[in-house]
Design a protein around this ligand. Structure first.
Ligand code: HEM
Length: 457
């Protein structure tokens, strides 16, 4: 008999929010779950159970120890939930973000080296060129109202597309991919939010329409991959990296289908998150001109009038703190979830097999237990001194454990380049009388966008 069988566990299920309460809160939950969730945390503690949509038993936690257990220490017992797999995976195919187990590990090992610092350094120039061109475009709209989320989504789309395809990039093709990806994302959101309409989507031909759009996008990308394979040139972009990666055991590269799946995942995971973070940051900067002054002072001191090089970016500590603090207040990936493969226990709580565990990133980032004055925007919190003693997983905008965001350094570098150029070139002014609200969908967006006027300095 094993030890686990002889010792009686004293672990208990986490406190349960009554089903009637989750049902009566359903509409509020759909509009903005952060509000009812903050109330539950106050009443039931850092870890509690509830019926997701009034039906499916699930646990939610902001406790760093619990989230570290699920995402890192006992990660082998937890797989991705059906939300990420069914909804996103259906259109992207089985790429890194939505696979599990041995296949995921094999792909992660293959792709990870492509995101190492030396590889990223090679992308600095590509990114900086997009940033410069886009800022030139913004200058043409000086003083006009611009919607920042829209603008920065275009920015981020171009950056990931050019980082993937550098010289194969054509405006016409990429506009088509951009439109398709946007439409598919809108549809995925409807699938998640309106499960009761799935039958209608099927009957009305919507589902087929979106499958066709998805197929069209795959064909465009596949054509680029085929042409690149025939080329003997070196490109130093992400597609080159994917094409040249070889499995350790066979020495073979990925099949065309795998290349396509992974390319689509990098597209899908790699631009909306970053764009949201940049939108929230621009909003915060417009409200905190002193922070902007401090960023400008750092830029003048450390790099003067030059464009920042890859090595410069490391020196821009205040800029990095601004980005980190913005992602604390507005984590673009505001929640993630896993399903328990077997019964488990953590911190005296039972996690029965099959339970969905929600690691509530937004909640941890806004907890008074870990952050003094949590609603205030204070980039200096991220000074080394001030972060001493903070538990791991009190701050985890990129997730954690073996499935930590593979693009985290890419994203940080991109945000640094965009923000450095924007604060150097522009003054930000928020258009008055707008309500900036949270819209937590797959990622955390500003609900009605952020209207702003930008002026050349
Ligand atoms: C501010 C920007 C970003 C944020 C906040 C973010 C956040 C995250 C988070 C929280 C996860 C883990 C999800 C989980 O554990 O369930 C993740 C995974 C992932 N991210 Fe990001 N991400 C960002 C940018 C990017 C970029 C730029 C790329 C690609 C260039 C990217 C590619 C991926 C991929 C492929 C995964 C799956 C990794 C795996 O499961 O092995 N992300 N991201």
């Amino acid at each position: 008999m094993s030890i686990t069988q002889t010792v009686q566990s004293t672990a208990q299920l986490p406190p349960l929010v009554p089903r009637i309460r989750t049902l009566t809160n359903a509409t509020r939950f759909l509009q903005n779950p952060t509000i009812p969730l903050a109330q539950y945390i106050q009443e039931y503690g850092e870890t509690f159970a509830f019926y997701v949509g009034g039906v499916k038993y699930g646990i939610l936690s902001i406790d760093p120890e619990v989230n570290q257990h699920v995402l890192q220490k006992n990660n082998k017992n937890y797989h991705k939930s059906h939300i990420q797999k069914d909804f996103l995976g259906r259109f992207t195919g089985p790429g890194l973000l939505v696979t599990d187990g041995d296949y995921w590990l094999k792909q992660r090992r293959l792709i990870q080296p492509g995101f190492h610092r030396a590889k990223l350094a090679a992308l600095t120039e590509i990114m900086q060129k997009v940033v410069d061109d886009s800022c030139d475009q913004i200058e043409l709209q000086e003083g006009q109202e611009v919607e920042m989320s829209h603008l920065l989504l275009e920015f981020a789309f171009k950056i990931i597309a050019k980082s993937l395809f550098s010289r194969d990039y054509s405006d016409k093709l990429m506009d088509e991919v951009d439109d398709n990806v946007t439409e598919i994302q809108r549809y995925v959101i409807r699938l998640i939010r309106q499960p009761y309409l799935h039958w209608w989507f099927r009957m009305s031909g919507k589902e087929k329409n979106y499958n066709d759009i998805s197929e069209e996008t795959r064909n465009i990308l596949l054509k680029i991959i085929h042409e690149r394979k025939k080329s003997s040139e070196t490109y130093d972009d992400l597609l080159d990296m994917l094409l040249s990666s070889k499995y350790e055991d066979t020495g073979e590269g990925m099949s065309d289908k795998q290349l396509l799946d992974e390319t689509l995942i990098l597209f899908a995971a790699g631009h909306e998150t970053t764009a949201n973070s940049l939108s929230w940051t621009s909003y915060l900067l417009a409200k905190h001109p002193k922070v902007v002054e401090k960023m400008r002072a750092e830029l003048s001191e450390k790099i003067g009038d030059r464009k920042p090089s890859f090595t410069d970016l490391r020196e821009l500590t205040y800029l990095t703190q601004v980005i980190k603090e913005s992602m604390r207040l507005y984590p673009p990936a505001w929640i993630t979830d896993r399903v328990a493969l077997e019964d488990d226990e953590v911190k005296g709580y039972k996690i029965p097999k099959g339970t969905i565990v929600n690691c509530y990133i937004y909640g941890a980032h806004h907890s008074e237990k870990y952050w003094k004055n949590p609603e205030a925007f204070i980039p200096e919190r991220f000074e080394k001194e001030n972060m001493k003693g903070k538990p791991n997983f009190a701050y985890f905008p990129f997730g954690g454990g073996p499935r930590l965001c593979i693009g985290n350094n890419f994203a940080m570098m991109e945000m640094q380049l965009v923000l450095a150029e924007m604060v150097r070139r522009f003054d930000f002014e928020l258009v008055p009388d707008q309500q900036i609200e949270l819209q937590p969908l797959i990622t955390l967006r500003p609900k009605n966008g952020v209207l702003m006027k930008l002026y050349r300095r």
